[in-house]
Structure formats: structure tokens, C-alpha cells
Design a protein around this ligand. Sequence first.
Ligand code: NAD
Length: 250
Amino acid sequence: MRGLKDKVALVTGAGSGIGLAIAKRLGAEGMQVGVLDINAEAANQAVAQIRAAGGRADAQVCDITSYESVQQAVSAIESRLGPTWALVNNAGWDKPIPFLKTTPDFWQKVVTINYMGPLQMTHAVAQGMVARGGGRIIFIASDAGRVGSTGEVVYSGTKGATIAFAKALARELARKQVTLNCVCPGPTNTPAMDAFVGTGEEGQKIRDAMVRSVPLGRIGEADDYPGLVAFLASEDAAFMTGQTISVSGG
Ligand code: NAD
């Protein structure tokens, strides 16, 4: 993709699943990848994989729910790799619970990780992008945030809020050439999915039901998203901001 080589991309939650696949792809595109994750071991393993494939990457522990941690992490990784060109707000978390059985602690956790996390990362990184005259911010939201998902009510709300946040900030930062766009995956085979539906017979039933609901006849794989993310981070997407794109099998 045009305009990616040697630039710095930060990917949150890059130690696992979709974030790992994105980090590997951006590394393969010649970017320097800042692998940000709350799980140090997962982040180090991701970096080892990117380097083994000939790419450049560095790990940084970061808890996106803490603005202090976010500021420290951005400053530390930028001091090693250089200024951030692209931020991929990927880290997220959910657990399927019917809304009426959820508790205030649960609401707090889901909102803090999925809404406050990307907001705080964006605040910490966008200042520098504006000062340098441009940048790309990409959100891994969810189709749950566009159409709603049973059993994921609070999560759906946070992803919908993230989409609205990205659209609003896209307008505010447009004249500074900082673009913000959202990618909305459908159900995807990742470690989070295993935790979500379980791996036994009951889990398989839920997966089968998901597959039946997807026109293209399968659920997503982590590798279904990195191509679009690389495009959104590239020069080819320079005239595109505030958009929400579903990659969910139709
Ligand atoms: P995953 O659980 O496989 O990976 C998430 C990563 O985020 C992990 O490495 C974890 O350590 C990290 N993380 C969690 N909390 C963090 C925190 N506070 N600070 C920093 N890192 C943290 O998840 P995934 O399935 O790859 O999901 C990635 C993104 O895609 C999420 O935003 C999720 O909401 C979204 N998504 C996933 C699916 C799906 O079905 N898997 C569907 C739609 C959207």
C-alpha cells in the first residue's frame, strides 16, 4: 500500500486475535509497529512473530482503561520508534450476559475498555498528529454497534458510541488532515470468541447459529480485516474520513 513504509503504527490489543493479525500485516507492509497490550507476554510474542517475518516492531505494555498508562505508553513507544502516523484502536472486551442480569461493575468495565479506551488513546496520539499535519486513526468497532446484538447490549452501546465519536472527531480534525474511520467486524474466530461462546458442544451450537446468520456462510477470521486497515492507514485513503465499513460476510 502507498505511504506506509517506515511510518509508525500503534496497534492496541495487538497481542491476540484481530489486533495481532493487523500488527503482522502492517509489519509486512514495512511499517514500524508499536504492539500495545495489557498482556506483556502476548505483546512480546507478537513482536517476535513480526520480526521473524522480517518486519520491525516493539512491544509496550499499556492499559487503555487508564489515561496515565496510555500517556506513558505513547510517550515511551514514540521515544523508541518515532512519531505515530497511524493508531489502530483495536483492544476491546465483552462477555455475553442478558442486559437485565448485568451489574454496575459490569457496565463500568465494558464502557471503560470499549469506549473510554479508544477515546483516551485517540486523545494521547491525535495531538501530535495535528502538530505534524496529518495521521490516521482506525477503530475496530463492531457490527454490534451498528445493528445491536442480543446478549451484548452494553457492548453494542459502546461500539455505537465509538462510531459516533469517530464521526464527530473526523469532522473536527478534517482540516488538520487527521482521518478517522471505523471497521466493523461481525462474529470472528479469535481467542475472545472462544471465551465468549465456549469451546464445547454448546459453543459449537452457538457458532453454527452464527454461521447460518451470515450470507457468505461463515464467521470471520482475524485475517479478514488487516487488508482494509492497511488501506485506511495508507495514502490511498487520504480522501476518506468519518466512514464506517462493515466486514461481516454480508
Ligand atoms: P482478543 O481477546 O483475541 O484480543 C484482545 C486483546 O486486547 C488481547 O491481547 C488483550 O490482552 C488486549 N486487551 C484487553 N484489555 C486491554 C486493555 N485494557 N488495554 C490494552 N489491551 C487490552 O479479541 P479480538 O476478538 O481479537 O477483538 C479485537 C477487537 O475486535 C475488539 O475491539 C472487539 O470488540 C472487536 N470485535 C471482535 C469480534 C469477534 O467476534 N472476535 C467481533 C466484532 C468486533
